[in-house]
Design a protein. Structure first.
Length: 324
């Protein structure tokens, strides 16, 4: 592939930034210096990462009129299965689950905290594909209603819990899913927004994304002040921000960068293990103050280890993958 095509691969390059934001979420880089700044970085800005991944999937599935859905789901299940197997030693080290809890987590939340993405993607694609048969306007309406219900179990839980019927509804929901940012309430909307981006590029995409992020910032700090948030993955302004951000990136996209795509996936998959390893090495070397207690040092060490491991895994893959 020509270098120019790789340079213009805006979607694949943004995957790398999204993976870095996910590492930020799980390491809180600024908490030693400014808790408010860390909240903005990890609980506002960082929340664009996973919706972006969903929108990319929805966009490419819709470009093929959803005809590749079966192949996409099989590939996702394979990666999920390999990730579950890879983290079995860590599950054993942390105490594991009962058989019933193992099955529940496997189907809904993932067996490690970041693996929730895969069951959410699988269920979300199935729902989005079914809704797409209704046509995009109806599909987006239904997905938007599901998202609103999800908000009540996430950033707006403090409001929803004031109504006994809703409190009972979410109480029942949380016996199955640990969070409402899942494949039922969260993923379908962003998958379908990605699908809707096919051939539609709103004007003034970058200013629109900036406005969406500003609204999400105000919303996030307002909700934080109210103490309503059970979790902080879902905001009213998030879909607006993502529509314009994705459109901006799509307008800049002129090629692909498969290496960036692979590395972003590997960083996402490997970084929780790197968190454990960095903590272990820091304790063994007496570097707790630098690599654990200092939030920025901890983040940088985890990020460097994750990228190093991702490159190593990618080279091993290339070495043992037969040439076609």
């Amino acid at each position: 592939m020509r270098e120019e095509a790789r340079r213009d691969a805006a979607l694949d390059r943004f995957r790398l930034l999204a993976a870095v934001l996910v590492v930020c979420i799980h390491t809180s880089p600024l908490t030693s210096y400014t808790p408010a700044g860390d909240f903005w970085l990890t609980r506002v800005l960082g929340r664009v990462a996973v919706p972006f991944f969903f929108m990319v999937s929805g966009y490419f599935l819709a470009r093929n009129d959803w005809k590749t859905t079966g192949r996409f789901l099989r590939k996702t299940l394979l990666v999920y299965g390999l990730a579950v197997a890879f983290y079995l030693p860590l599950n054993w080290y942390t105490g594991g689950f009962t058989a019933a809890e193992w099955l529940r987590r496997l189907a809904t939340d993932g067996t490690v905290y970041h693996l929730w993405y895969f069951p959410a993607l699988i269920l979300g694609v199935l729902i989005a594909r079914a809704l797409a048969r209704l046509g995009l306007p109806a599909a987006l309406t239904v997905a938007g209603i599901l998202y609103l219900f999800g908000l009540g179990g996430d950033s707006y839980y403090g409001l929803a819990a004031g109504f006994p019927v809703l409190e009972g509804f979410y109480g029942s929901l949380f016996r199955v899913f640990s969070y409402s940012r899942n494949g039922l309430f969260f993923a379908p909307l962003f998958l379908l927004l990605g699908a809707a981006a096919k051939g539609r590029l709103p004007a003034r995409s970058l200013p629109g994304a900036a406005l969406g992020l500003a609204l999400m910032t105000a919303e996030g700090f307002w909700l934080r002040g109210l103490g309503w948030q059970r979790h902080d993955s879902m905001y009213l302004a998030l879909p607006l921000c993502m529509v314009f951000l994705f459109s901006f990136l799509l307008g800049k996209n002129r090629g692909e960068d498969r290496a960036a795509r692979r590395l972003s996936a590997l960083v996402y998959l490997l970084h929780p293990l790197m968190i454990v390893l960095v903590r272990g090495v820091a304790r063994a070397a007496g570097l707790e103050r630098l690599l654990i207690e200092n939030s920025l040092g901890h983040f940088l060490a985890v990020l460097a280890a994750a990228f190093f491991a991702a490159v190593a895994f990618d080279r091993l893959r290339a070495r043992f993958t037969p040439a076609v």
